[in-house]
Design a protein around this ligand. Structure first.
Ligand SMILES: [Zn+2]
Length: 237
């Protein structure tokens, strides 16, 4: 029996801000902690989305490929999918979805898994370019992001809502990734417009934070908390 009440996180989003992009956990290992999730790969190789136990990567050329088990990740979230709440939503925007969840569910201080499946009028995503050492900051990478849009797109959004209290460990608010059903477009969600989707919510009881203890870069890094918070807000919104 898998534990569907637990959200697993490897690394912390904060470590990406000053440029600690080296992969520190094998994706095959990450997949033992969930069949659904989001993240990135070694050197910020792109935007990763895990669906039904398969990890996909949307690279900066807009292509989608599967991620091999021996590839590594510096920062990822995974959980075993089991929706608690399910509702249908039609003809609205991302903002309307956020408003509905905020008014109908008392989840504001919980970590919540989100999944949207169906038809979108429009999806706008981004991916980042794979980086080389010496790594730049996350803000510099985000300035150079590549944006993709698709109209009349069928696919799946996967991601998380995180409470403001934990900004730093992750980005507070919504962090969502997309993959269309043709496996030809996806990435980190910037905006979307819903045509007709099923929304599923999965609040978690437990968050398991896993640290890259073999990484001396991480262990020796001196984090400037102000810079970390500002960097996350700038790069992930
Ligand atoms: Zn992302």
């Amino acid at each position: 029996m898998v534990d569907t009440s637990r959200l697993f996180q490897h690394g912390t989003l904060a470590l990406l801000v000053p440029g600690l992009f080296d992969g520190t956990m094998k994706v095959g290992e990450l997949l033992k902690h969930g069949d659904t999730g989001i993240g990135t790969t070694d050197a910020l190789g792109g935007e990763m989305i895990i669906l039904d136990g398969v990890a996909y990567l949307v690279t900066s050329d807009g292509k989608v490929r599967t991620v091999a088990e021996n590839e590594t990740t510096p920062f990822s979230n995974a959980h075993f999918y089991h929706a608690k709440d399910k509702f249908r939503l039609q003809n609205c925007k991302m903002f309307d979805l956020e408003k509905k969840i905020a008014s109908e569910y008392d989840y504001q201080n919980l970590f919540v898994g989100i999944k949207l499946t169906g038809d979108f009028k429009n999806v706008k995503t981004r991916s980042v370019k794979a980086q080389a050492k010496p790594y730049p900051s996350l803000m510099d990478v985000a300035k150079d992001q590549v944006v993709f849009t698709e109209d009349n797109s069928k696919g799946t959004i996967v991601g998380y809502y995180s409470p403001a209290l934990f900004h730093g460990m992750t980005a507070s608010g919504y962090h969502l990734h997309y993959l269309n059903s043709a496996l030809s477009m996806g990435g980190h969600i910037l905006e979307f417009e819903i045509e007709d989707v099923v929304v599923e919510l999965q609040p978690f009881e437990t968050v398991e934070q896993h640290f890259p203890i073999a990484s001396s870069d991480f262990k020796q890094a001196e984090f400037d908390l102000k810079q970390v918070h500002a960097g996350i807000t700038e790069a992930e919104k």
